[in-house]
Design a protein. Structure first.
Length: 466
């Protein structure tokens, strides 16, 4: 491994005795298979198994972490080819990226990118304006070889399971094509119903109608709408899906009577519901999804607390999910109570909670997960899946929720080549935390190794039923 870009002791404690223990723990878990239960890679890559077009399309265009940082320094999304089906001048985009690579100093993005550049492409000198062409040419040449086709990289990354994230309206034809190809790899969909349960989603009414056509249900009625969602979930399960995902603005839940829910549904279908009625509908749908998960066994993930598409100009010009999502404070104790009053004590239900509000770790999330049988805590997410963010998570939740009410790590990325790097960072930080507990005589080294293996591999398989 190239020490210039990736020091072998990176992210380990500075104190020598603790670093030695962390290093020992890490070496025993570093090569465990990767289970990636939640992310945003594309099944089409593996169904078609075509070469990735060029370095800019691979590293810049899909990665919010990259282009939002560049945008913050005045580089337009047009200059980066964002929102374009095909980047017309990928070398130009790459040079812009390379000449501004210094912006990523001190960020996890730099760690992930350096890891990929070094371990996959053998690049030894850091990316810069000076090295931009050399990087582009070397990466482009390797992307054209069989060893860098998507399926070959899947195997090289030691991926055991990779989950995509998909709308109920998605045909899942790429997932079916992977199965039909006979390729021995486990790539599964995840049921993400936001576009058919959030009244604020553009085209919400039309999407509900499309769901009805797809499932043969009358989605103009409340019961027909629920039946359609249940059928869609069954279709996902038939292709290996084990989890749902819900990216609501808040964690608010509700438990309305059937008649109240039906009346509310009729109102939101008209497009005339107030903001509070729209929020109440989303809240009710989280409870409905929990009920369905108890029935069909799908693990439920709740990813709340992002004000999405905060930049109106970017949203109107480039569309959704273009790096302008901003975290906001999130309440869990009162917001989740209606759902938990109904289902919180169910041992056969698993709900994984995530947060972008770190103030909730020790105050709300750890106590909730440390009590309710159905709750587990997801790892540091999005803006907090950094070395410091991962350490803050362990420090704040372990004393109340322990390790076994968490679910290991998931990478939640659109950038395929960053997956090994992200898991490597998580394993290093967990080993650093465990090493400190050993030095402080809170754990012995045998226990620490057992926990390290669970955090890297065991807990995620159990939590996501993989």
């Amino acid at each position: 491994m190239n020490a210039r870009l990736n020091h072998p002791d990176r992210l380990f404690p500075a104190e020598s005795a603790t670093r030695s223990i962390a290093r020992s723990l890490y070496h025993q878990v570093a090569n465990l298979p990767i289970v990636s239960p939640h992310g945003h890679t594309q099944a089409a890559w593996f169904a078609r198994n075509e070469p990735f077009p060029d370095p800019a399309t691979l590293f810049v265009q899909p990665d919010h972490y990259v282009f939002r940082m560049l945008y913050s320094q005045g580089i337009t999304l047009d200059e980066l080819g964002i929102g374009q089906p095909v980047i017309t001048d990928p070398r130009k985009v790459w040079k812009i990226f390379a000449s501004h690579y210094c912006l990523f100093r001190g960020t996890p993005t730099r760690i992930w990118l350096d890891y990929a550049f070094s371990t996959l492409f053998g690049l030894e000198e850091r990316l810069s304006e000076k090295t931009a062409d050399n990087y582009f040419d070397i990466i482009s040449d390797k992307l054209s070889t069989p060893e860098f086709l998507p399926r070959a990289l899947f195997k090289r990354f030691n991926l055991e399971v990779l989950a995509t994230t998909d709308s109920p309206l998605d045909s899942l034809s790429d997932h079916q094509a992977i199965r039909d190809s006979g390729w021995n790899a486990r790539i599964v969909p995840t049921f993400r119903p936001d576009d058919v349960v959030d009244p604020e989603f553009a085209g919400f009414t039309d999407r509900i109608a499309d769901l009805g056509k797809q499932t043969g249900e009358d989605t103009a009625t409340w019961n027909g709408y629920l039946n359609a969602l249940a059928k869609a979930r069954a279709r996902f399960r038939s292709l290996g899906c084990t989890a749902t995902d819900h990216g609501h603005p808040t964690a608010q839940t509700a438990d309305l009577s059937a008649s109240e829910a039906a009346a509310l549904f009729a109102k939101v279908r008209t497009g005339l519901a107030t903001a509070s009625e729209q929020e109440l509908f989303r809240a009710q749908m989280l409870t409905e999804m929990a009920r369905m998960s108890l029935e069909d066994g799908l693990v439920m993930q709740i990813h709340p607390g992002s004000v999405r598409n905060h930049n109106r100009f970017v949203y109107e010009r480039y569309g959704r999910d273009k790096g302008a999502d901003i975290p906001c404070p999130t309440n869990y104790v009162h917001a989740l109570r209606p759902l938990l009053n109904r289902f919180g004590n169910e041992r056969d239900l698993t709900i994984i909670l995530f947060t972008l509000d770190e103030t909730a770790y020790s105050r709300e999330l750890a106590p909730l997960a440390g009590h309710y049988p159905c709750l587990r805590l997801g790892p540091s997410w999005w803006f907090h899946d950094s070395p410091a963010g991962m350490m803050r998570f362990r420090e704040q939740v372990t004393e109340t929720a322990g390790f076994y009410n968490t679910v290991g790590f998931n990478d939640d990325t659109r950038a395929f080549l960053s997956i090994p790097a992200r898991h490597d960072v998580a394993r290093r930080i967990d080993c650093a935390f465990l090493a400190r507990l050993v030095v402080e005589h809170q754990l012995d080294e045998t226990e620490a190794l057992e926990v390290a293996r669970e955090l890297a591999y065991g807990l995620v398989k159990k939590a996501y039923r993989l």
